[in-house]
Design a protein around this ligand. Sequence first.
Ligand code: ZN
Length: 83
Amino acid sequence: MNCSICHGPINEHKNEATGEAYWTTGHNAQPINDGRCCDTCNETVVLPRRINNAMNGRDPYEGEGLSKRKDPYSRDHVIGAEK
Ligand SMILES: [Zn+2]
């Protein structure tokens, strides 16, 4: 699986004890786009955009890439967009 922003490979997160990959699908890339993204893009592109949105009084997920809001695989709920 490749990142929808930089198109590089999405790194897996593995259980260090077993080496088993438990997380292979990347981060929710909204609101940048509707796909998945790598750790680097999540930290340098996606999260700053959500924070910027929130600080300007907008929905953190507001943006050109928003067509669905709920994502069962997302681990990105720390910003508090869920209502
Ligand atoms: Zn990326």
